[in-house]
Design a protein around this ligand. Sequence first.
Ligand SMILES: Cc1cc2nc3c(=O)[nH]c(=O)nc-3n(C[C@H](O)[C@H](O)[C@H](O)COP(=O)(O)OP(=O)(O)OC[C@H]3O[C@@H](n4cnc5c(N)ncnc54)[C@H](O)[C@@H]3O)c2cc1C
Ligand SMILES: NC(=O)c1ccc[n+]([C@@H]2O[C@H](COP(=O)([O-])OP(=O)(O)OC[C@H]3O[C@@H](n4cnc5c(N)ncnc54)[C@H](O)[C@@H]3O)[C@@H](O)[C@H]2O)c1
Length: 458
Amino acid sequence: MSYQFDLFVIGAGSGGVRASRIAASKGYKVAVAEGSSLGGTCVNIGCVPKKLFVYGSEFGHGVEQAAGYGWMYDGVSFDWATLRDNKTNEIARLNGIYQMMLDKAGVEIISGFASFIDDHTVSVNGVHYTAEKILIAVGAKPFIPEFDGKQWVVSSNEMFYLEELPKKALVVGGGYIAVEFAGILNGLNVDTTLIYRGEQLLRGFDQDVRDFACEEYIKSGIDVRLNTDVERIELADPTNESSHRVVYFKDGSSEEFGLVLYATGRVPNVEALALENASVETSNSGAIKVDHNFTTSVPSIFALGDVTDNIQLTPVAIKEAMALIAYWFDGKEIDFDYDNIPTAVFSQPSIGTVGLTEQDAESRGLDFRVYQTDFRPMKHTLSGSTERALMKMLVSNSDDRVIGAHMVGDYAGEIIQGLGVALKAGATKADFDATVGVHPTSAEEFVTFSEGSLKPRN
Ligand SMILES: Cc1cc2nc3c(=O)[nH]c(=O)nc-3n(C[C@H](O)[C@H](O)[C@H](O)COP(=O)(O)OP(=O)(O)OC[C@H]3O[C@@H](n4cnc5c(N)ncnc54)[C@H](O)[C@@H]3O)c2cc1C
Ligand SMILES: NC(=O)c1ccc[n+]([C@@H]2O[C@H](COP(=O)([O-])OP(=O)(O)OC[C@H]3O[C@@H](n4cnc5c(N)ncnc54)[C@H](O)[C@@H]3O)[C@@H](O)[C@H]2O)c1
């Protein structure tokens, strides 16, 4: 049986672009269908524009903190349209680079949403395409729970194109996106409230990190309210969809906000795919089930990235694509290692983490010790800010290996990348101790932990 393509990729996001580009450069005849903009979530409505907004909002705090260093700014103002539109222009530039890379590799780009006809055929805009292999890399989309007034809230998708910034905003959720956007809004001088239905923000992170970060968010000006949930939302003026949102909370109170952002998780983006036509199996959450070789229940169909049940991060989707390429072209069985994946939360202050949390290590019954410190970073000795940084390291008692490193503070994402290499390489506490610090930095704390920093544990 001959097919039009060796590989048809559905979705030109982080995973799909990498897989199609490399497969084409290795000799496959490849097509990629994209229903929206090249580059996917990360480039268009995720990591990249989010980080630009984080940079933009940090200047807000920077202006306040600069006074202690002798800088006086009179009549400082912020123009949202400038930040938003400069960001949009930069994203358009990146879209062009993606287009160029795919063209150069010889990948055929098909604009439109793809759906399955059978195990080897997809349809885009009514045109059928056949391929020996089909890769599903369609990512995820925001999940917003059902409640009265759901239509009056926005998701992270809309945050990148707001006509105007509100004076007062409510962010609902306790994960990455909620704390990152609460920090962005707060830094841009929006009166920001962050509510979370549970006991503490950032479930899954180390408990000390969660508690410390939450305290810092409050100090930075965010009104954090835990154990709080929304019952319903109404318009302040029922005849005007742009009017304030009146939020009725479950405790019976109510309050008006100019904007309500729901950041309550993301779900696999499978609706448009007509998976039933190819009998591709999904889990209860809608995620596409794959085996260790990213193969679905159908041998000719593969899936990776956010549409599967694995960790939702861009570098993970990209590495999964590279592993799949090695499987196809070199016959290497995939043994993807999801341990020790470093990650950062670009809140203000930021969080960097790699390896086990103290709670993970306890639940695994490990014998380990914890070094921990928190301090005022040097920058804030003159800035007037009361911001503090936290550093924490877990060491296995049996072999002295560092099994977890966590930080809350400036540049945490930058610092944790290097520690990720150390943990991957199996570095011991003795290796950290033998490393000369970079002075004066916060990062040097990781190589100077002494007995005095041991955390008492029961
Ligand atoms: C606000 C936000 C901030 C984030 N920040 C970070 C960060 O700082 N660091 C990080 O590592 N990760 C971050 N992420 C997560 C990261 O964006 C994702 O993990 C990553 O994009 C997943 O890549 P993917 O290839 O699986 O899917 P995506 O990048 O989502 O790409 C999927 C593509 O498929 C297209 N598509 C969907 N259905 C179809 C169809 N039927 N036919 C054709 N095309 C289709 C979509 O339009 C999309 O372009 C963030 C996510 C969000 C939402
Ligand atoms: N810096 C980064 O690397 C970065 C940034 C953004 C997103 N991401 C990735 O994208 C994923 C999705 O981010 P996210 O923040 O949407 O999801 P998340 O899973 O991190 O957080 C979702 C939050 O919403 C809460 N929630 C869920 N249902 C709810 C409900 N019905 N009512 C109230 N709260 C509810 C959850 O308890 C959780 O706190 C992340 O897990 C992460 O992998 C990464």
